[in-house]
Design a binder for this molecule. Structure first.
Ligand code: NBP
Length: 479
């Protein structure tokens, strides 16, 4: 076997196969490997004419096919399979070679793997890849972590295969050391959960309160997609809503079971936020809403509980209501991204990654599931002020929310009065109101904690830590 390939891909299921084809279509010679060799042969048979592929059937053959420093992309199922593949290939590699894990690994696993391989002289690049199978083939958003040195060798290739934003910039950047890439991909997916939940709530309100049909709502989403909500998720929402089930002739959305999956990255985003102490209430509500949807028995047992049945508005009022829902959706979306970027900033501080928040917004502008015109604005906000404490501190976003808030509140009033659940909208508005509140009930919480557990408290009028002798004469002592 001659050493011909500039990059290799092992793991040729849907993602790996399309990524390998993307590299080949961009002029790179790609070595191919899969645990089950039939997949490798199928790829070459079906798509061999797309570029230069070097099919191999053993780990030794695969490694021997790669030019140095070797670049091996691992696209296998995340978890134990990734460790199994690393154990198989690492002993065959040499100093300076690079293993790129493009699977959906937890960033803590990536940190562990990176350290273990660094000690053996091998670069390990945990890489978030977003865009699904189409993105892998035509240009995903790519979030590589690992060493700067590895990016020097790998970056130009990733820049060739990545999506391009509207200004032509490739949607890839060196995110940061060790697990930073997978961390950022995780938060991306958390934001994606929130985006999808908010869109779902907008749909439900337009349907139940606005009285619109799925096809009419598709039209409303199409109109929104020409404005500030312009995004991939709004675009595909319109497609899904206008789709008619061939078997029944009914709207597709009415024949799909209303139980959504929640696993992996959305849950991890919330778990880590709890550890970091970052309030990502909108993302958490999105994960919980999916979880609730799946509790079929609980929902059936609760279906007769008292509450209003939504009454649809007349056509004129419905049109006004639809405009209000757009405001509520946009304002809530700003809050979701505020929370997601807060988590990114907190992770950056915790793990010393020095993440560039503007650059992260920038590489999400194309290729990935949350791609949206709006991300250009987030990038601009962080670029002009890298220490921005919160997206809500950006004057433009603050102004937009100021304009949206009456409608945002009115939509939640309607949702509450009519009994339509809107946990994402409500969590976003509560977060916003909590941030702007002069006083929070946390003062009372501290009093309770001091009462039952002598947890002490601080005062607003002087320094120090205090405790009240609740069980005695209630004098205050300095703790
Ligand atoms: P899967 O996640 O379904 O994994 C299938 C691949 O893993 C096959 O190549 C399989 O080999 C290989 N594999 C397994 Br399973 N166990 C292995 C082991 N012990 N040793 C070696 N290989 C093993 O594939 P996918 O949907 O293409 O996703 C690949 C990665 O990309 C995953 O981590 C996924 O989370 C991530 N990802 C997926 C998407 C998406 O939209 N699907 C998007 C972004 C990221 P075999 O052919 O021999 O069984």
């Amino acid at each position: 076997m001659s050493t011909t390939a500039q990059i290799g891909v092992t793991g040729l299921a849907v993602m790996g196969r399309n990524l390998a084809r993307n590299f080949a279509r961009n002029g790179y010679a790609v070595a191919l490997h899969n645990r089950t060799p039939a997949r490798t042969r199928e790829l070459v048979e079906e798509f061999g004419q797309e570029g230069t592929f070097v099919p191999t059937e053993s780990a030794e053959e695969f490694v021997a096919a790669l030019e140095r420093p070797r670049r091996l992309v691992v696209m296998v199922k995340a978890g134990d399979p990734t460790d199994a593949v690393i154990s198989e290939f690492a002993p065959l590699l040499e100093d300076g070679d690079v293993i790129i894990d493009g699977g959906n690994a937890h960033f803590a696993d990536t940190r562990r793997r990176e350290q273990e391989l660094r000690e053996r002289g091998i670069h390990f690049v945990g890489t978030g890849i977003s865009g699904g199978e189409e993105g892998a083939l035509h240009g995903p958003s790519i979030m590589p972590g690992g060493s700067k040195e590895s990016y020097a060798s790998l970056g130009p290739m990733l820049e060739r295969i990545a999506a391009q934003a509207d200004d032509g910039a490739p949607c890839v950047t060196h995110v940061g050391a060790d697990g930073a890439g997978h961390f950022v991909k995780m938060v991306h997916n958390g934001i994606e959960y929130a985006d999808m939940q908010l869109i779902g709530e907008a749909y439900q309100l337009l349907r139940d309160v606005g009285g619109y049909s799925p096809d009419e709502i598709a039209g409303i989403f199409r109109a929104w997609n020409t404005g500030r909500l312009d995004s991939y998720l709004i675009e595909i929402t319109a497609e899904v809503l206008s789709h008619v089930d061939a078997a029944t002739g009914r709207p597709f959305v009415d024949v799909v079971a209303d139980r959504a999956e929640q696993k992996g990255t959305g849950r991890w985003t919330v778990q880590l936020a709890l550890e970091l102490g970052v309030p990502v209430s909108g993302i958490a509500e999105a994960v919980f809403a999916r979880s609730l949807s799946g509790h079929t028995a609980l929902r059936e047992a609760s279906a007769q509980l008292a509450g209003p049945t939504p009454q649809a508005l007349g056509p004129t009022e419905a049109a006004t209501f639809a405009d209000r829902v757009e405001q509520a959706l946009y304002a809530s979306k700003i809050v979701s991204y505020t929370q997601g970027f807060h988590e990114i900033a907190a992770g950056s501080a915790q793990y010393d990654w020095n993440l560039d928040l503007g650059a992260i917004a920038s590489i999400w502008r194309g290729g990935c599931i949350i791609r949206a015109a709006f991300l250009d604005r987030i990038r601009a906000a962080y670029d002009s002020r890298p220490d921005l404490p919160s997206l809500l501190a950006d004057a433009e976003f603050a102004e937009e929310i100021a304009e949206a808030q009456d409608d945002w509140r009115a939509v939640l009033v309607a949702a509450t009065e009519q009994g339509v659940p809107a946990p994402g909208f409500a969590a976003a508005l509560s977060y916003y109101d909590a941030l702007r509140a002069d006083r929070l009930p946390a003062a009372l919480t501290q009093g309770q904690r001091d009462f039952f557990g002598a947890h002490t408290y601080r005062r607003t009028d002087r320094d120090g830590t205090f405790h009240t002798l609740w069980g005695g004469d209630r004098t205050e002592v300095e703790a």
